[in-house]
Write a protein that binds this ligand. Structure first.
Ligand SMILES: *[C@@H]1O[C@H](CO)[C@@H](O)[C@H](O)[C@H]1NC(C)=O
Ligand SMILES: *[C@@H]1O[C@H](CO)[C@@H](O)[C@H](O)[C@H]1NC(C)=O
Ligand SMILES: *[C@@H]1O[C@H](CO)[C@@H](O)[C@H](O)[C@H]1NC(C)=O
Ligand SMILES: *[C@@H]1O[C@H](CO)[C@@H](O)[C@H](O)[C@H]1NC(C)=O
Ligand SMILES: *[C@@H]1O[C@H](CO)[C@@H](O)[C@H](O)[C@H]1NC(C)=O
Ligand SMILES: *[C@@H]1O[C@H](CO)[C@@H](O)[C@H](O)[C@H]1NC(C)=O
Length: 391
């Protein structure tokens, strides 16, 4: 994964470099970089790794060799080597950090740190004109990018974010299904290429996207399987809640009908009859509660409407009455008759639950129909495909 860039630029001459402009400027404008007359080699290394710095090509008749380091603010010796005595002197700040090869004069710099960026100069027999300089840049390797999408709702603009927590990023390449992105108007990249916008994402946009972040010393790739749904998460919850409310309401409606038929023919035992009613009332209460939740979610997405608010007020009263009736019936059945002293109370308590069932069935169906209609509207766009063909 690590690769070193070897580029030659002759100091003092203007040459074209396939390098970012900043490096070219660094190469040409900093006096400390272009001090020597010889070649200046550019190298890049990753933090923690090692890099081999070459000596001048011609070391015949070498009797003395010297390695130096310098950057914008300082310069220092690294080591000196006398051929005759075969003695190598390594300066303190480079102990344990360099390997010197007398045979060819190369220097292996180990355990690289970011502050090791700078110019490394090798001189043979103190002849400045033959010195070899290497400009070394140390980079942190990029960390594994996090690739995520802000939404997966079909028909909207989906943004894919490729975020890297560590390491300077020089380049971000995007791919879909392992191929470069097709150049069409549906794909848009942010200026720094870290965000990919997919306009009006539709079914053809589903699939595997990957971003490859790299700098001179490393690259890392992450992929994301983009799946699109035609219902927003909120509407999806509302749909499911309305469906469960509808099911519960239908079951309790069936319960009421069975109860009615039973009372005509063979009456259930009083005790069993009581618990069946408690159960049915409880079921109506739960389904009213679910539909209430579904309408709240729906109104968050689509805005409030008078009809839904009226419905919610009605549902609230159904919830209160069913809780009251089932709790009284379960705990103090005798008390129930006390509530029914007036005729309107009698009617209200007896008809709240069955009336609630009818209203819940109607409105749950209506709400589900609305949600499904809305998601259906988003499906048939095919601008992306058309624009592709037109190109
Ligand atoms: C110098 O010698 C060392 C050890 O033999 C070797 O690893 C290195 O590649 C050589 N350097 C060059 C520039 O050939
Ligand atoms: C190497 O350097 C010596 C002087 O140190 C010179 O005589 C010789 O021609 C040079 N060889 C090459 C190939 O440059
Ligand atoms: C290089 O060394 C050889 C043998 O020691 C000697 O004959 C020659 O003159 C030297 N060349 C230079 C340019 O110093
Ligand atoms: C120069 O190198 C020294 C030692 O590595 C370092 O402390 C300093 O920050 C460097 N200065 C610049 C400008 O890079
Ligand atoms: C890239 O640009 C996006 C928005 O244009 C921004 O949110 C993000 O922070 C930028 N990333 C980098 C690494 O500059
Ligand atoms: C990622 O990008 C780097 C640098 O451009 C490249 O060397 C590498 O092969 C790419 N990786 C993949 C899997 O395409």
């Amino acid at each position: 994964m690590m690769d070193l860039i070897h580029l030659h630029c002759l100091a003092g001459q203007t040459v074209f470099l396939p390098f970012p402009l900043s490096h070219l400027l660094l190469c040409l404008s900093f006096e400390w970089v272009s001090e020597a007359q010889g070649d200046l080699e550019m190298k890049a290394g990753a933090v923690g790794s090692s890099v081999l710095l070459p000596a001048p090509d011609n070391i015949t008749n070498m009797s003395f060799m010297q390695w130096e380091y310098r950057n914008a603010s300082m310069s220092e010796y690294i080591l000196q080597y006398y051929v005759q005595s075969s003695s190598t002197t390594v300066y303190p700040s480079y102990h344990d950090r360099v390997d010197f090869y007398p045979a060819n004069g190369s220097l292996l710099l180990k355990k690289l740190r970011e502050i090791d960026s700078g110019v490394y100069k090798a001189t043979v027999n103190l002849i400045e004109s033959g010195a070899k300089e290497t400009f070394l840049e140390i980079f942190k390797p990029v960390s594994q990018p996090q690739l995520w999408s802000n939404s997966n709702l079909a028909g909207t603009t989906v943004a894919l974010f490729c975020e890297v927590s560590e390491g300077r990023v020089d380049k971000i390449d995007w791919e879909k299904e392992g191929e470069p992105l097709p150049l069409e108007r549906c794909y848009l990249l942010s200026e720094n290429r870290s965000v990919l916008y997919i306009r009006r994402a539709e079914k053809p946009e589903c699939g595997s996207f990957s971003c490859n972040v790299s700098n001179k010393v490393s690259w890392k790739e992450s992929s994301l399987d983009l799946t699109l749904t035609s219902v927003s998460p909120l509407s999806g919850h509302a749909l499911r809640m309305a469906a469960v409310a509808l099911t519960f309401a239908l079951v309790s409606g069936l319960g009421f009908i069975i109860l009615l038929c039973q009372s005509e023919k063979r009456r259930l035992e009083v005790e069993a009859w009581r618990w069946v009613i408690v159960f049915i009332q409880g079921l109506v209460c739960v389904s009213a509660f679910l539909l209430f939740g579904a309408t709240v979610l729906w109104m968050q997405e689509q805005g409030a409407s008078a009809a839904l608010i009226l419905l919610d007020i009605f549902l609230t009263s159904v919830i209160i009455v069913t809780i009251l009736v089932s709790a009284t019936l379960a705990l103090r059945p005798a008390k129930l008759s006390e509530f029914k002293t007036k005729k309107w109370q009698c009617i209200f308590l007896d008809f709240a639950a069955p009336g609630g069932v009818v209203v819940i069935v109607l409105f749950a169906s209506y709400l589900m129909q609305n949600i499904l209609d809305l998601s259906g509207e988003m499906k048939p766009h095919s601008d992306c495909i058309v624009s592709l063909l037109a190109k």
